[in-house]
Design a binder for this molecule. Structure first.
Ligand SMILES: Cc1cc2nc3c(=O)[nH]c(=O)nc-3n(C[C@H](O)[C@H](O)[C@H](O)COP(=O)(O)OP(=O)(O)OC[C@H]3O[C@@H](n4cnc5c(N)ncnc54)[C@H](O)[C@@H]3O)c2cc1C
Length: 510
Protein backbone atom coordinates (compact mmCIF):
# COMPACT_ATOMS: atom_id res chain seq x y z
CA UNK A 1 0.00 0.00 0.00
CA UNK A 2 1.40 3.43 -0.84
CA UNK A 3 2.58 5.61 2.02
CA UNK A 4 -0.05 8.26 2.75
CA UNK A 5 0.78 11.52 1.04
CA UNK A 6 3.67 10.13 -1.00
CA UNK A 7 3.30 9.45 -4.68
CA UNK A 8 4.15 5.83 -5.54
CA UNK A 9 4.09 6.73 -9.23
CA UNK A 10 6.91 7.19 -11.64
CA UNK A 11 6.78 10.59 -13.40
CA UNK A 12 6.00 8.95 -16.76
CA UNK A 13 3.10 6.88 -15.40
CA UNK A 14 1.69 9.89 -13.53
CA UNK A 15 0.56 11.51 -16.74
CA UNK A 16 -1.26 8.64 -18.29
CA UNK A 17 -4.06 6.65 -16.65
CA UNK A 18 -7.10 5.23 -18.28
CA UNK A 19 -9.18 6.51 -15.38
CA UNK A 20 -8.78 8.65 -12.29
CA UNK A 21 -11.36 8.22 -9.53
CA UNK A 22 -11.74 11.18 -7.16
CA UNK A 23 -12.64 9.69 -3.78
CA UNK A 24 -12.65 6.21 -2.28
CA UNK A 25 -16.23 5.90 -1.06
CA UNK A 26 -17.82 2.54 -1.89
CA UNK A 27 -19.14 4.00 -5.19
CA UNK A 28 -15.64 5.14 -6.19
CA UNK A 29 -13.96 1.91 -5.12
CA UNK A 30 -16.45 -0.34 -6.92
CA UNK A 31 -15.88 1.69 -10.09
CA UNK A 32 -12.11 1.52 -9.66
CA UNK A 33 -12.00 -2.22 -8.92
CA UNK A 34 -14.36 -3.07 -11.79
CA UNK A 35 -12.22 -1.06 -14.22
CA UNK A 36 -8.95 -2.48 -12.89
CA UNK A 37 -10.36 -6.01 -13.17
CA UNK A 38 -11.04 -5.32 -16.86
CA UNK A 39 -7.40 -4.29 -17.35
CA UNK A 40 -7.71 -0.49 -17.18
CA UNK A 41 -4.98 1.51 -15.43
CA UNK A 42 -6.69 3.26 -12.52
CA UNK A 43 -5.63 5.81 -9.92
CA UNK A 44 -7.86 6.58 -6.92
CA UNK A 45 -7.20 9.88 -5.14
CA UNK A 46 -8.57 10.10 -1.59
CA UNK A 47 -8.33 13.21 0.56
CA UNK A 48 -8.58 11.33 3.88
CA UNK A 49 -6.13 8.88 5.54
CA UNK A 50 -8.12 5.72 4.87
CA UNK A 51 -10.68 4.60 2.27
CA UNK A 52 -14.45 4.24 2.70
CA UNK A 53 -15.90 7.75 3.13
CA UNK A 54 -19.27 7.33 4.89
CA UNK A 55 -18.45 3.62 5.17
CA UNK A 56 -15.15 4.25 6.93
CA UNK A 57 -14.19 3.76 10.58
CA UNK A 58 -12.14 5.26 13.40
CA UNK A 59 -10.58 3.81 16.54
CA UNK A 60 -10.57 5.24 20.06
CA UNK A 61 -9.56 3.59 23.38
CA UNK A 62 -10.10 0.02 22.21
CA UNK A 63 -13.34 0.75 20.31
CA UNK A 64 -13.63 0.56 16.52
CA UNK A 65 -16.51 2.80 15.45
CA UNK A 66 -18.25 2.84 12.07
CA UNK A 67 -18.37 6.39 10.72
CA UNK A 68 -21.85 5.99 9.25
CA UNK A 69 -23.35 2.97 7.54
CA UNK A 70 -23.85 -0.17 9.62
CA UNK A 71 -27.05 -1.81 8.33
CA UNK A 72 -25.58 -3.50 5.32
CA UNK A 73 -27.53 -4.86 2.35
CA UNK A 74 -25.84 -6.53 -0.63
CA UNK A 75 -23.98 -9.35 1.09
CA UNK A 76 -26.41 -12.11 0.10
CA UNK A 77 -25.18 -15.25 -1.65
CA UNK A 78 -27.78 -15.62 -4.42
CA UNK A 79 -29.41 -13.60 -7.19
CA UNK A 80 -27.85 -10.54 -8.80
CA UNK A 81 -28.63 -7.78 -6.28
CA UNK A 82 -25.88 -8.91 -3.85
CA UNK A 83 -23.58 -6.23 -5.23
CA UNK A 84 -21.10 -6.00 -2.36
CA UNK A 85 -20.45 -9.74 -2.50
CA UNK A 86 -20.01 -9.45 -6.26
CA UNK A 87 -17.77 -6.38 -6.11
CA UNK A 88 -15.37 -8.16 -3.74
CA UNK A 89 -15.43 -11.40 -5.73
CA UNK A 90 -14.59 -9.53 -8.95
CA UNK A 91 -11.16 -8.67 -7.53
CA UNK A 92 -10.62 -11.99 -5.74
CA UNK A 93 -11.19 -10.85 -2.18
CA UNK A 94 -13.88 -11.79 0.30
CA UNK A 95 -15.19 -10.79 3.67
CA UNK A 96 -16.74 -12.82 6.47
CA UNK A 97 -20.15 -11.43 7.44
CA UNK A 98 -22.46 -12.01 10.39
CA UNK A 99 -26.19 -12.33 9.64
CA UNK A 100 -28.58 -10.16 11.64
CA UNK A 101 -31.90 -11.90 12.39
CA UNK A 102 -33.74 -8.57 12.82
CA UNK A 103 -33.31 -5.58 10.49
CA UNK A 104 -34.82 -2.95 12.81
CA UNK A 105 -36.58 -2.77 16.14
CA UNK A 106 -38.99 0.18 15.81
CA UNK A 107 -40.03 2.22 18.88
CA UNK A 108 -42.67 4.56 17.43
CA UNK A 109 -45.36 6.98 18.66
CA UNK A 110 -48.54 5.71 20.33
CA UNK A 111 -46.69 2.66 21.67
CA UNK A 112 -46.12 1.14 18.22
CA UNK A 113 -43.35 -1.43 18.95
CA UNK A 114 -42.36 -3.76 16.16
CA UNK A 115 -39.44 -5.82 14.84
CA UNK A 116 -38.67 -6.40 11.17
CA UNK A 117 -37.55 -10.03 11.22
CA UNK A 118 -35.42 -11.52 8.43
CA UNK A 119 -38.19 -14.11 8.15
CA UNK A 120 -40.78 -12.41 5.89
CA UNK A 121 -43.80 -14.31 7.25
CA UNK A 122 -42.79 -13.59 10.85
CA UNK A 123 -42.55 -9.87 10.02
CA UNK A 124 -45.94 -9.82 8.25
CA UNK A 125 -47.49 -11.67 11.20
CA UNK A 126 -46.10 -9.17 13.72
CA UNK A 127 -47.38 -6.24 11.64
CA UNK A 128 -50.77 -7.90 11.05
CA UNK A 129 -51.16 -8.54 14.79
CA UNK A 130 -50.92 -4.75 15.25
CA UNK A 131 -53.23 -3.93 12.31
CA UNK A 132 -55.50 -7.01 11.90
CA UNK A 133 -58.05 -5.04 9.82
CA UNK A 134 -55.31 -4.39 7.22
CA UNK A 135 -54.22 -8.02 6.88
CA UNK A 136 -54.82 -8.18 3.11
CA UNK A 137 -53.45 -4.70 2.37
CA UNK A 138 -50.23 -5.41 4.27
CA UNK A 139 -49.57 -8.56 2.28
CA UNK A 140 -50.53 -6.95 -1.04
CA UNK A 141 -48.21 -3.99 -0.49
CA UNK A 142 -45.16 -5.97 0.58
CA UNK A 143 -45.82 -8.64 -2.08
CA UNK A 144 -45.77 -5.88 -4.70
CA UNK A 145 -42.34 -4.86 -3.39
CA UNK A 146 -41.23 -8.44 -4.04
CA UNK A 147 -42.40 -8.13 -7.66
CA UNK A 148 -40.00 -5.21 -8.14
CA UNK A 149 -37.20 -7.07 -6.41
CA UNK A 150 -37.76 -10.27 -8.41
CA UNK A 151 -37.45 -8.28 -11.66
CA UNK A 152 -34.15 -6.74 -10.51
CA UNK A 153 -32.76 -9.92 -9.03
CA UNK A 154 -32.57 -11.88 -12.30
CA UNK A 155 -30.57 -9.39 -14.36
CA UNK A 156 -26.98 -8.19 -14.29
CA UNK A 157 -27.19 -4.68 -12.81
CA UNK A 158 -25.06 -2.55 -15.12
CA UNK A 159 -25.28 0.75 -17.00
CA UNK A 160 -28.71 1.83 -18.21
CA UNK A 161 -26.79 4.23 -20.46
CA UNK A 162 -25.35 1.35 -22.51
CA UNK A 163 -27.76 0.46 -25.34
CA UNK A 164 -26.18 -2.94 -26.18
CA UNK A 165 -26.55 -4.04 -22.57
CA UNK A 166 -30.17 -2.86 -22.50
CA UNK A 167 -30.93 -4.87 -25.66
CA UNK A 168 -29.24 -7.99 -24.29
CA UNK A 169 -30.98 -7.79 -20.95
CA UNK A 170 -34.34 -7.16 -22.64
CA UNK A 171 -34.03 -10.25 -24.82
CA UNK A 172 -32.88 -12.36 -21.85
CA UNK A 173 -35.54 -11.12 -19.40
CA UNK A 174 -38.36 -9.36 -21.31
CA UNK A 175 -40.98 -9.68 -18.56
CA UNK A 176 -38.65 -8.47 -15.81
CA UNK A 177 -37.66 -5.46 -17.92
CA UNK A 178 -41.26 -4.52 -18.65
CA UNK A 179 -42.00 -4.88 -14.95
CA UNK A 180 -39.21 -2.48 -14.04
CA UNK A 181 -40.21 0.06 -16.67
CA UNK A 182 -43.66 0.08 -15.06
CA UNK A 183 -42.26 0.75 -11.57
CA UNK A 184 -39.52 3.23 -12.54
CA UNK A 185 -41.77 6.34 -12.40
CA UNK A 186 -43.72 5.25 -9.29
CA UNK A 187 -43.31 6.07 -5.60
CA UNK A 188 -43.88 3.69 -2.70
CA UNK A 189 -46.55 5.90 -1.10
CA UNK A 190 -48.90 5.67 -4.09
CA UNK A 191 -48.67 1.91 -4.11
CA UNK A 192 -49.11 1.67 -0.32
CA UNK A 193 -52.31 3.76 -0.49
CA UNK A 194 -53.69 1.46 -3.17
CA UNK A 195 -53.88 -1.32 -0.58
CA UNK A 196 -53.80 0.33 2.85
CA UNK A 197 -56.09 2.97 4.34
CA UNK A 198 -55.36 3.03 8.10
CA UNK A 199 -53.50 6.37 8.68
CA UNK A 200 -51.40 4.88 11.49
CA UNK A 201 -50.22 2.06 9.23
CA UNK A 202 -49.48 4.54 6.42
CA UNK A 203 -47.37 6.50 8.92
CA UNK A 204 -45.48 3.29 9.65
CA UNK A 205 -44.84 2.81 5.90
CA UNK A 206 -43.58 6.41 5.84
CA UNK A 207 -41.08 5.52 8.55
CA UNK A 208 -40.12 2.30 6.76
CA UNK A 209 -39.06 4.53 3.85
CA UNK A 210 -37.75 7.51 5.78
CA UNK A 211 -35.24 5.49 7.79
CA UNK A 212 -33.08 4.94 4.68
CA UNK A 213 -34.40 7.38 2.03
CA UNK A 214 -34.85 10.28 4.53
CA UNK A 215 -38.14 11.20 2.83
CA UNK A 216 -41.65 9.77 3.40
CA UNK A 217 -43.15 7.07 1.17
CA UNK A 218 -44.71 9.57 -1.26
CA UNK A 219 -41.24 10.74 -2.32
CA UNK A 220 -39.47 7.37 -2.09
CA UNK A 221 -39.04 5.64 -5.47
CA UNK A 222 -40.76 2.26 -5.66
CA UNK A 223 -37.66 0.66 -7.22
CA UNK A 224 -35.61 1.48 -4.10
CA UNK A 225 -38.45 0.44 -1.77
CA UNK A 226 -38.78 -2.86 -3.63
CA UNK A 227 -35.07 -3.52 -3.15
CA UNK A 228 -34.93 -2.65 0.54
CA UNK A 229 -38.25 -4.20 1.65
CA UNK A 230 -37.47 -7.52 -0.05
CA UNK A 231 -33.71 -7.96 0.12
CA UNK A 232 -33.81 -7.68 3.92
CA UNK A 233 -35.74 -10.97 3.87
CA UNK A 234 -33.79 -12.49 0.94
CA UNK A 235 -30.06 -11.75 1.14
CA UNK A 236 -30.68 -10.29 4.59
CA UNK A 237 -28.76 -7.75 6.64
CA UNK A 238 -25.19 -8.91 7.21
CA UNK A 239 -22.52 -7.15 9.25
CA UNK A 240 -18.90 -7.39 8.04
CA UNK A 241 -16.64 -9.03 10.61
CA UNK A 242 -14.13 -6.46 11.86
CA UNK A 243 -16.47 -3.53 11.12
CA UNK A 244 -17.93 -1.80 8.07
CA UNK A 245 -14.52 -0.26 7.29
CA UNK A 246 -13.38 -3.72 6.17
CA UNK A 247 -15.44 -3.43 2.96
CA UNK A 248 -13.36 -0.52 1.68
CA UNK A 249 -10.10 -2.04 2.98
CA UNK A 250 -10.83 -5.26 1.08
CA UNK A 251 -11.79 -3.39 -2.10
CA UNK A 252 -8.48 -1.50 -1.93
CA UNK A 253 -6.66 -4.83 -1.47
CA UNK A 254 -8.44 -6.13 -4.59
CA UNK A 255 -7.74 -2.93 -6.51
CA UNK A 256 -4.02 -3.21 -5.85
CA UNK A 257 -4.02 -6.93 -6.74
CA UNK A 258 -5.36 -5.91 -10.15
CA UNK A 259 -2.67 -3.27 -10.61
CA UNK A 260 -4.76 -0.24 -9.58
CA UNK A 261 -3.32 2.42 -7.28
CA UNK A 262 -4.63 4.59 -4.47
CA UNK A 263 -3.15 7.66 -2.82
CA UNK A 264 -4.34 9.02 0.51
CA UNK A 265 -4.07 12.63 1.71
CA UNK A 266 -4.57 13.48 -1.94
CA UNK A 267 -7.30 16.13 -2.08
CA UNK A 268 -8.39 17.03 -5.58
CA UNK A 269 -9.07 20.76 -5.83
CA UNK A 270 -9.72 21.06 -9.56
CA UNK A 271 -10.88 18.99 -12.50
CA UNK A 272 -8.69 20.06 -15.42
CA UNK A 273 -10.33 20.59 -18.80
CA UNK A 274 -8.93 20.86 -22.29
CA UNK A 275 -11.30 22.31 -24.88
CA UNK A 276 -14.25 21.59 -22.61
CA UNK A 277 -13.21 17.98 -21.99
CA UNK A 278 -12.13 16.66 -18.56
CA UNK A 279 -8.56 15.48 -18.96
CA UNK A 280 -6.99 15.53 -15.51
CA UNK A 281 -7.03 16.71 -11.92
CA UNK A 282 -5.02 19.01 -9.71
CA UNK A 283 -4.37 18.23 -6.06
CA UNK A 284 -4.12 20.65 -3.12
CA UNK A 285 -0.36 20.00 -3.26
CA UNK A 286 -0.30 21.39 -6.82
CA UNK A 287 0.46 17.96 -8.30
CA UNK A 288 -1.41 17.21 -11.55
CA UNK A 289 -2.43 13.90 -13.09
CA UNK A 290 -4.04 13.27 -16.46
CA UNK A 291 -6.31 10.44 -17.59
CA UNK A 292 -8.58 9.47 -20.45
CA UNK A 293 -11.58 9.49 -18.13
CA UNK A 294 -12.23 11.31 -14.83
CA UNK A 295 -14.75 9.90 -12.35
CA UNK A 296 -15.94 11.94 -9.39
CA UNK A 297 -17.14 10.16 -6.26
CA UNK A 298 -17.65 13.54 -4.58
CA UNK A 299 -21.28 14.71 -4.36
CA UNK A 300 -22.68 16.54 -7.41
CA UNK A 301 -22.64 19.80 -5.40
CA UNK A 302 -18.93 19.37 -4.66
CA UNK A 303 -18.17 18.26 -8.22
CA UNK A 304 -20.02 21.01 -10.08
CA UNK A 305 -19.55 23.91 -7.66
CA UNK A 306 -16.02 23.32 -6.34
CA UNK A 307 -14.00 20.97 -8.56
CA UNK A 308 -15.43 22.72 -11.63
CA UNK A 309 -16.12 26.44 -11.15
CA UNK A 310 -19.80 27.07 -10.29
CA UNK A 311 -19.96 29.59 -13.15
CA UNK A 312 -19.36 26.72 -15.59
CA UNK A 313 -22.17 24.56 -14.22
CA UNK A 314 -23.87 22.73 -17.11
CA UNK A 315 -27.59 23.41 -17.65
CA UNK A 316 -28.42 19.78 -16.88
CA UNK A 317 -26.89 20.18 -13.40
CA UNK A 318 -28.88 23.37 -12.79
CA UNK A 319 -32.03 21.50 -13.73
CA UNK A 320 -31.07 18.63 -11.43
CA UNK A 321 -30.58 21.07 -8.55
CA UNK A 322 -34.08 22.43 -9.19
CA UNK A 323 -35.47 18.90 -8.77
CA UNK A 324 -33.26 17.67 -5.92
CA UNK A 325 -32.02 19.36 -2.76
CA UNK A 326 -29.55 18.41 -0.06
CA UNK A 327 -30.96 16.40 2.82
CA UNK A 328 -29.83 17.36 6.29
CA UNK A 329 -26.65 16.02 7.80
CA UNK A 330 -26.50 14.15 11.11
CA UNK A 331 -25.60 14.70 14.71
CA UNK A 332 -23.71 11.49 15.55
CA UNK A 333 -22.97 10.17 19.00
CA UNK A 334 -20.42 7.36 19.25
CA UNK A 335 -20.65 5.73 22.67
CA UNK A 336 -18.66 3.04 24.46
CA UNK A 337 -20.90 1.58 27.18
CA UNK A 338 -20.73 -1.12 29.84
CA UNK A 339 -22.53 -4.28 28.70
CA UNK A 340 -25.05 -3.92 31.55
CA UNK A 341 -26.48 -0.84 29.79
CA UNK A 342 -28.24 -3.13 27.31
CA UNK A 343 -31.33 -5.06 28.44
CA UNK A 344 -31.31 -8.79 27.61
CA UNK A 345 -32.44 -9.51 24.04
CA UNK A 346 -31.53 -6.05 22.67
CA UNK A 347 -31.40 -5.97 18.85
CA UNK A 348 -28.60 -4.39 16.80
CA UNK A 349 -30.59 -1.64 15.01
CA UNK A 350 -33.30 0.60 16.47
CA UNK A 351 -35.40 3.54 15.31
CA UNK A 352 -36.92 5.80 17.96
CA UNK A 353 -39.55 8.50 17.47
CA UNK A 354 -42.03 9.90 20.00
CA UNK A 355 -44.14 12.21 17.80
CA UNK A 356 -45.08 11.60 14.12
CA UNK A 357 -45.08 15.35 13.45
CA UNK A 358 -41.34 15.37 14.16
CA UNK A 359 -40.29 12.47 11.91
CA UNK A 360 -38.49 14.65 9.35
CA UNK A 361 -37.32 17.40 11.72
CA UNK A 362 -33.84 18.03 13.09
CA UNK A 363 -33.37 15.79 16.16
CA UNK A 364 -36.66 14.05 15.33
CA UNK A 365 -36.02 10.43 14.40
CA UNK A 366 -33.17 8.72 16.25
CA UNK A 367 -31.21 5.91 14.57
CA UNK A 368 -29.30 3.42 16.74
CA UNK A 369 -26.77 0.77 15.85
CA UNK A 370 -25.01 -1.60 18.29
CA UNK A 371 -22.63 -3.57 16.06
CA UNK A 372 -20.88 -5.27 19.00
CA UNK A 373 -24.01 -7.40 19.46
CA UNK A 374 -22.96 -9.06 16.19
CA UNK A 375 -19.17 -8.63 16.39
CA UNK A 376 -17.97 -8.27 20.00
CA UNK A 377 -14.34 -7.78 18.86
CA UNK A 378 -15.10 -4.10 18.07
CA UNK A 379 -15.04 -3.19 21.79
CA UNK A 380 -13.05 -4.28 24.87
CA UNK A 381 -14.54 -7.34 26.67
CA UNK A 382 -17.59 -6.40 28.74
CA UNK A 383 -18.32 -3.24 26.68
CA UNK A 384 -20.48 -2.34 23.67
CA UNK A 385 -20.54 0.33 21.00
CA UNK A 386 -23.70 2.37 20.55
CA UNK A 387 -23.65 4.54 17.44
CA UNK A 388 -26.68 6.79 17.45
CA UNK A 389 -27.49 9.63 15.06
CA UNK A 390 -30.28 12.03 14.28
CA UNK A 391 -30.86 14.58 11.48
CA UNK A 392 -29.16 17.92 12.02
CA UNK A 393 -28.60 20.94 9.75
CA UNK A 394 -25.21 22.41 8.96
CA UNK A 395 -26.43 25.99 9.39
CA UNK A 396 -27.31 25.31 13.04
CA UNK A 397 -23.62 24.67 13.77
CA UNK A 398 -22.04 27.60 11.92
CA UNK A 399 -20.49 30.77 13.34
CA UNK A 400 -20.00 29.42 16.85
CA UNK A 401 -17.01 30.13 19.09
CA UNK A 402 -15.07 26.97 20.08
CA UNK A 403 -16.69 27.10 23.53
CA UNK A 404 -20.21 27.63 22.18
CA UNK A 405 -19.66 24.79 19.69
CA UNK A 406 -18.49 22.43 22.45
CA UNK A 407 -21.40 23.42 24.73
CA UNK A 408 -23.94 22.96 21.94
CA UNK A 409 -22.51 19.53 21.14
CA UNK A 410 -22.68 18.42 24.75
CA UNK A 411 -26.23 19.69 25.21
CA UNK A 412 -27.33 17.84 22.06
CA UNK A 413 -25.62 14.64 23.25
CA UNK A 414 -27.39 14.91 26.63
CA UNK A 415 -30.76 15.28 24.87
CA UNK A 416 -30.09 12.18 22.78
CA UNK A 417 -29.00 10.10 25.75
CA UNK A 418 -32.04 11.18 27.74
CA UNK A 419 -34.38 10.12 24.92
CA UNK A 420 -32.51 6.84 24.42
CA UNK A 421 -33.17 5.92 28.04
CA UNK A 422 -36.66 4.91 26.87
CA UNK A 423 -34.95 1.90 25.24
CA UNK A 424 -31.86 1.61 27.47
CA UNK A 425 -33.05 2.79 30.91
CA UNK A 426 -29.60 2.90 32.56
CA UNK A 427 -27.61 4.35 29.67
CA UNK A 428 -26.36 7.55 31.30
CA UNK A 429 -24.85 5.69 34.26
CA UNK A 430 -23.01 3.13 32.10
CA UNK A 431 -21.08 5.41 29.74
CA UNK A 432 -17.37 4.70 29.27
CA UNK A 433 -16.52 6.75 26.15
CA UNK A 434 -18.33 9.45 24.18
CA UNK A 435 -17.54 11.25 20.92
CA UNK A 436 -19.89 13.70 19.25
CA UNK A 437 -19.90 14.45 15.52
CA UNK A 438 -21.86 17.30 13.96
CA UNK A 439 -22.66 18.29 10.37
CA UNK A 440 -19.35 20.16 10.49
CA UNK A 441 -17.56 16.89 11.27
CA UNK A 442 -19.34 15.18 8.35
CA UNK A 443 -18.31 17.96 6.00
CA UNK A 444 -14.71 18.00 7.19
CA UNK A 445 -13.97 14.27 7.25
CA UNK A 446 -16.26 13.05 4.44
CA UNK A 447 -15.77 16.01 2.09
CA UNK A 448 -19.53 16.36 1.59
CA UNK A 449 -21.07 19.80 1.03
CA UNK A 450 -22.83 20.86 4.26
CA UNK A 451 -22.22 17.31 5.50
CA UNK A 452 -25.35 16.24 3.60
CA UNK A 453 -26.50 12.62 3.65
CA UNK A 454 -27.35 13.03 -0.05
CA UNK A 455 -29.94 14.32 -2.52
CA UNK A 456 -33.68 14.18 -1.82
CA UNK A 457 -36.49 15.26 -4.16
CA UNK A 458 -37.65 18.83 -3.56
CA UNK A 459 -41.21 17.73 -4.30
CA UNK A 460 -42.95 14.56 -5.37
CA UNK A 461 -41.20 13.34 -8.54
CA UNK A 462 -41.88 10.46 -10.90
CA UNK A 463 -40.04 7.76 -8.95
CA UNK A 464 -36.40 7.35 -9.95
CA UNK A 465 -36.75 8.91 -13.40
CA UNK A 466 -35.11 12.18 -12.31
CA UNK A 467 -31.90 10.67 -10.90
CA UNK A 468 -28.96 11.14 -13.27
CA UNK A 469 -26.86 8.22 -14.45
CA UNK A 470 -23.06 8.35 -14.56
CA UNK A 471 -22.22 10.37 -17.66
CA UNK A 472 -22.28 14.14 -17.22
CA UNK A 473 -22.61 17.08 -19.60
CA UNK A 474 -18.82 17.55 -19.38
CA UNK A 475 -17.20 15.24 -21.89
CA UNK A 476 -14.84 12.72 -20.23
CA UNK A 477 -16.31 13.38 -16.74
CA UNK A 478 -18.52 10.86 -14.90
CA UNK A 479 -20.12 10.91 -11.47
CA UNK A 480 -20.57 7.92 -9.18
CA UNK A 481 -21.99 7.46 -5.68
CA UNK A 482 -25.11 8.56 -3.89
CA UNK A 483 -25.88 11.57 -6.07
CA UNK A 484 -26.34 9.29 -9.07
CA UNK A 485 -28.93 6.61 -9.84
CA UNK A 486 -30.16 4.83 -7.70
CA UNK A 487 -29.22 6.97 -4.63
CA UNK A 488 -27.98 6.48 -1.04
CA UNK A 489 -26.91 3.31 0.76
CA UNK A 490 -23.94 1.03 0.29
CA UNK A 491 -25.62 -1.45 -2.04
CA UNK A 492 -27.10 1.43 -4.06
CA UNK A 493 -23.73 3.16 -4.51
CA UNK A 494 -22.21 -0.22 -5.40
CA UNK A 495 -24.87 -0.44 -8.15
CA UNK A 496 -23.82 3.04 -9.27
CA UNK A 497 -20.18 1.84 -9.29
CA UNK A 498 -20.95 -1.22 -11.44
CA UNK A 499 -22.90 0.97 -13.86
CA UNK A 500 -20.22 3.67 -14.01
CA UNK A 501 -17.40 1.21 -14.64
CA UNK A 502 -19.48 -0.50 -17.32
CA UNK A 503 -20.14 2.78 -19.13
CA UNK A 504 -16.52 3.99 -18.80
CA UNK A 505 -15.15 0.61 -19.95
CA UNK A 506 -17.42 0.70 -23.00
CA UNK A 507 -16.26 4.26 -23.78
CA UNK A 508 -12.61 3.23 -23.41
CA UNK A 509 -13.11 0.16 -25.58
CA UNK A 510 -12.42 -2.44 -22.87
C1 LIG B 1 -24.63 8.48 9.67
C2 LIG B 1 -24.86 7.65 8.42
C3 LIG B 1 -25.47 6.41 8.53
C4 LIG B 1 -25.68 5.63 7.39
N1 LIG B 1 -26.23 4.39 7.55
C5 LIG B 1 -26.31 3.57 6.47
C6 LIG B 1 -26.68 2.21 6.62
O1 LIG B 1 -26.93 1.75 7.74
N2 LIG B 1 -26.72 1.41 5.51
C7 LIG B 1 -26.38 1.88 4.27
O2 LIG B 1 -26.40 1.10 3.29
N3 LIG B 1 -26.03 3.18 4.10
C8 LIG B 1 -25.97 4.01 5.16
N4 LIG B 1 -25.55 5.31 5.00
C9 LIG B 1 -25.35 5.83 3.63
C10 LIG B 1 -24.06 5.35 3.01
O3 LIG B 1 -23.03 5.35 3.97
C11 LIG B 1 -23.72 6.28 1.84
O4 LIG B 1 -24.84 6.40 0.97
C12 LIG B 1 -22.54 5.76 1.04
O5 LIG B 1 -21.49 5.31 1.88
C13 LIG B 1 -22.04 6.88 0.12
O6 LIG B 1 -21.01 6.36 -0.68
P1 LIG B 1 -20.37 7.21 -1.84
O7 LIG B 1 -19.58 6.26 -2.68
O8 LIG B 1 -21.41 8.01 -2.53
O9 LIG B 1 -19.36 8.24 -1.23
P2 LIG B 1 -18.83 8.77 0.17
O10 LIG B 1 -18.99 7.76 1.24
O11 LIG B 1 -19.34 10.14 0.38
O12 LIG B 1 -17.26 8.85 -0.13
C14 LIG B 1 -16.71 9.83 -0.96
C15 LIG B 1 -15.20 9.83 -0.73
O13 LIG B 1 -14.63 10.80 -1.59
C16 LIG B 1 -13.65 11.52 -0.88
N5 LIG B 1 -13.55 12.83 -1.52
C17 LIG B 1 -14.54 13.76 -1.65
N6 LIG B 1 -14.08 14.85 -2.29
C18 LIG B 1 -12.77 14.60 -2.58
C19 LIG B 1 -11.76 15.35 -3.22
N7 LIG B 1 -11.99 16.57 -3.69
N8 LIG B 1 -10.53 14.79 -3.35
C20 LIG B 1 -10.27 13.55 -2.89
N9 LIG B 1 -11.20 12.80 -2.24
C21 LIG B 1 -12.43 13.31 -2.10
C22 LIG B 1 -14.17 11.59 0.54
O14 LIG B 1 -13.12 11.82 1.46
C23 LIG B 1 -14.79 10.20 0.69
O15 LIG B 1 -13.86 9.26 1.14
C24 LIG B 1 -25.30 6.11 6.12
C25 LIG B 1 -24.68 7.35 6.00
C26 LIG B 1 -24.44 8.11 7.13
C27 LIG B 1 -23.73 9.43 7.00
Amino acid sequence: MPVAGQSPLSPAASTDFDAIVIGSGIGGLVTATQLAAKGASVLVLESYLIPGGSAGYFERQGYRFDVGASMIFGFGQQGTTNLLTRALEAVNVSLETIPDPVQIHYHLPDGLELKVHKDYEKFLQELTDLFPHEQNGIRQFYDECWRVFNCLNVMDLLSLEEPRYLMRVFFQHPLACLGLVKYLPQNAGDIARRYISDPALLKFIDMECYCWSVVPADRTPMINAGMVFSDRHYGGINYPKGGVGQIAQKLVEGLEKCGGQIQYKARVTKILQTNGRATGVELASGKRYTAKRIISNATRWDTFEKLIPAAQMPTSERKWQRRYQQSSSFLSLHLGVKAEALPAGTECHHILLEDWERMEEGEGTIFVSIPTLLDPTLAPPGYHIIHTFTPSWFHDWQHLSPTAYKDRKEAAADRLIQRLERIFPHLSTHLDYQEIGTPRTHRRFLGRDNGTYGPIPRRKLAGLLGMPFNRTAVSGLYCVGDSTFPGQGLNAVAFSGFACAHRVAADLGF
